[in-house]
Design a protein around this ligand. Structure first.
Ligand code: C2O
Ligand code: CU
Ligand code: CU
Length: 492
C-alpha cells in the first residue's frame, strides 16, 4: 500500500485530458485501545522524486481513522519514531487537560505517550494532530494528522449513510507547495498557501460513490491557513448534518458553505437522481473574495501568493457508480438531534479576546501577548458558562479554536450566524473586521496546573504566538489562582 502507484483514470465522459487519481481512504481502527506510531516516510505524490512525508502507522501521509464509541474508556499509545519531538492533540475532545496533547504534553523523539480518557463527546468527526509549539505548521505540512470518528447510540439510531469508505467518506482538505525536487515547502515565510490541492493526500482526487442514495462526506479543513467556500460545480444543493461537535438539530440545505482551518462539516450529497456514470465535482469557490478571506489574495506568486488563490478549483471529482445492493439511505430525515444550546441567559461570566497586530512583519497575537508556556492568560471557574467575544478589528480573517469545550456561536457583528454553523463547534471563523461571540460551559475537568489552549488554528499564526492558555479551576481555588496570576504578571 505504501508503494502503491498512482492510479490514473481518464475522465472519458468529459472528453478532456484531465486525469484523476483514486482517493485514498485511511484505514480505520475501531475499539478502545489504539496504537499510533508517527514516522518519517516518503510518498509518490507526483511523478519524479518521492516526497518526504510524516504519517502515522502505515500511512505515507496522514494516518488511520480512529473509530471510538461515546462512553468508552480509551487507551492510546503514541510512539514518536521521528528524530524530533512532537505532541498528539485530540482536537475537539472534552478530556482532562493533561490528556489533551497540547504543547505541554511533549512526546520526545523515541518515546511513547499513553493517555487514557473517557470519550464524552457526541458522535461526530474529530481529528488528531501534532501541537508542538513552533513546530505545528511544519509537522502538519509534512502530513501528520488523522481523523477520529465518534459513534454513539443517538446517531446510530438514525438512517444515515455510515458504511466507511463506501458511502461515508472522510475527506481531509489541504494544499501544498512543492520545492523543485518535489519536497513539500514547509517554510511559511513567503506564503502559507499551497499551489496544489491534495485531497486525502492525493492530487486531482477522484472517488466512485454509489448511485441512487444519499452519501455522507466528512469534510475537514486541515490547511495551514486557506479557507474554502464549498460547493458543487453543477450548483446542486447539499445538506449539512453536523458541525465540529456532532449532529445539528435538522439538516440545513445549502449550495455554499465556508470551511475555515480546523472546522469540520458533515454533509449529505443527494445522488438519488444520479445514474451510474454521472460525474460531479466538489469545488472551492474561492474566487471573488476580498483580501481578508484566507486564500482570497489576488496574487499567484510572491508574498502570500498561491496558484490557487482567489479562484475556483476542484477538491474532489465524483463518479457515480453502481447502486448498493440494499439498505442504502434514500430519504433525507427532517430531524437529527435535540441539542439544547447555551443562550445568553445561561452566561455566568464574560470575557473579550482581541486580535492584535502591530503592523506588517509583526506576528498576530491575542491581547498583545505572544504565547508563553509559563503564563496563564485566563482562569475559568469549573462549571462556568462563559461568553467569549473575539474581536477582530484587523484586515485579515482567522480561525479561533478553544480546547476542552464545544461551544455555540451566538452572535456575529456582521449579521447573522449561518444556519449551517448552528451546531456545536470548537472552531469558528473570525473574518476581518468582525466580532464573534460564543458560549461554552467549562465542566468536568478542573486542574490548577495543566492549562488548555485557545488559539488561531492557522498553524503559522499559532506557531508565531497567536495562542493563549487557560486553567479551569474549582471555585474555591479560582480567587487564589487569579491572585497568583496577578503576582506572576507583575513579576514579569
Ligand atoms: Cu486542532 Cu489546539 O488544535
Ligand atoms: Cu484542539
Ligand atoms: Cu490567525
Amino acid at each position: 500500500m505504501r508503494s502503491c502507484l498512482l492510479v490514473a483514470v481518464m475522465a472519458a465522459a468529459l472528453g478532456s485530458a484531465q486525469t484523476y487519481n483514486s482517493l485514498w481512504i485511511p484505514d480505520a481502527i475501531a475499539g478502545s485501545s489504539f496504537d499510533l506510531t508517527l514516522r518519517k516516510t516518503t510518498k509518490q505524490v507526483r511523478p519524479g522524486d518521492p516526497t518526504v512525508t510524516y504519517g502515522y502507522n502505515d500511512a505515507d501521509f496522514w494516518g488511520p481513522t480512529l473509530i471510538m464509541t461515546k462512553g468508552d474508556f480509551v487507551q492510546l499509545n503514541v510512539k514518536n519514531e521521528l528524530t524530533e519531538d512532537t505532541t498528539t492533540h485530540w482536537h475537539g475532545f472534552h478530556i482532562p487537560a493533561e490528556m489533551d496533547g497540547g504543547p505541554h504534553q511533549t512526546i520526545e523523539a523515541g518515546t511513547v505517550w499513553s493517555p487514557s480518557f473517557e470519550v464524552k463527546n457526541n458522535a461526530g468527526t474529530y481529528w488528531y494532530h501534532p501541537h508542538l509549539h513552533e513546530s505545528t505548521a511544519k509537522q502538519l505540512t509534512l502530513g501528520a494528522g488523522g481523523f477520529i470518528i465518534i459513534q454513539d447510540e443517538a446517531e446510530a439510531a438514525l438512517a444515515l449513510p455510515r458504511s466507511y469508505g463506501v458511502d461515508d467518506i472522510p475527506i481531509v482538505l489541504t494544499s501544498r507547495r512543492f520545492l523543485t525536487n518535489n519536497q513539500f515547502d514547509t517554510n511559511m515565510t513567503i506564503s502559507p498557501y499551497g499551489d496544489f490541492m491534495l485531497t486525502n493526500g492525493i492530487l486531482n482526487a477522484q472517488v466512485t460513490l454509489p448511485a441512487g442514495q444519499f452519501v455522507r462526506l466528512r469534510l475537514l479543513n486541515a490547511e495551514i491557513e486557506r479557507a474554502y467556500n464549498l460547493g458543487f460545480a453543477d450548483g446542486r444543493k447539499f445538506y449539512v448534518i453536523a458541525n465540529d461537535g456532532g449532529l445539528l438539530n435538522a439538516p440545513v440545505a445549502v449550495t455554499r458553505a465556508k470551511l475555515y482551518v480546523g472546522e469540520r462539516l458533515e454533509i449529505l450529497v443527494d445522488l438519488t437522481g444520479d445514474k451510474p456514470g454521472a460525474q460531479l465535482d466538489l469545488q472551492a469557490f474561492n474566487g471573488g473574495f476580498s483580501l481578508g478571506f484566507p486564500g482570497g489574495e489576488p496574487q499567484q506568486t510572491g508574498l502570500f501568493g498561491s496558484l490557487l488563490n482567489n479562484k475556483t478549483f476542484n477538491l474532489l471529482h465524483i463518479v457515480v457508480g453502481e447502486a448498493a445492493a440494499g439498505g442504502a439511505v434514500t430519504a433525507l430525515r427532517e430531524k437529527l438531534a435535540e441539542n439544547t444550546y447555551w443562550t445568553d441567559k445561561d452566561v455566568t461570566n464574560r470575557r473579550t479576546i482581541r486580535v492584535v497586530d502591530r503592523g506588517p512583519g509583526t506576528p498576530f497575537t491575542f491581547d498583545g501577548n505572544a504565547y508563553d508556556m509559563d503564563r496563564i492568560d485566563q482562569i475559568v471557574e469549573l462549571d462556568a458558562v462563559e461568553a467569549w467575544t473575539i474581536v477582530n478589528n484587523r484586515t485579515f480573517g482567522h480561525s479561533f479554536h478553544i480546547h476542552d469545550v464545544q461551544f455555540k456561536i451566538v452572535a456575529r457583528s456582521s449579521g447573522v450566524v449561518a444556519d449551517y454553523e448552528q451546531g456545536w463547534k470548537d472552531t469558528v471563523s473570525i473574518p476581518n473586521n468582525e466580532s464573534v461571540t460564543i458560549i461554552a460551559k467549562f465542566d468536568d475537568f478542573a486542574d490548577d496546573k495543566h492549562p488548555f489552549m485557545y488559539h488561531c488554528h492557522f498553524s503559522n499564526h499559532e506557531d508565531e504566538g497567536m495562542m493563549g492558555q487557560f486553567l479551569v479551576v474549582e471555585k474555591a481555588k479560582s480567587s487564589a489562582a487569579s491572585e497568583a496570576k496577578q503576582a506572576h504578571k507583575s513579576a514579569r
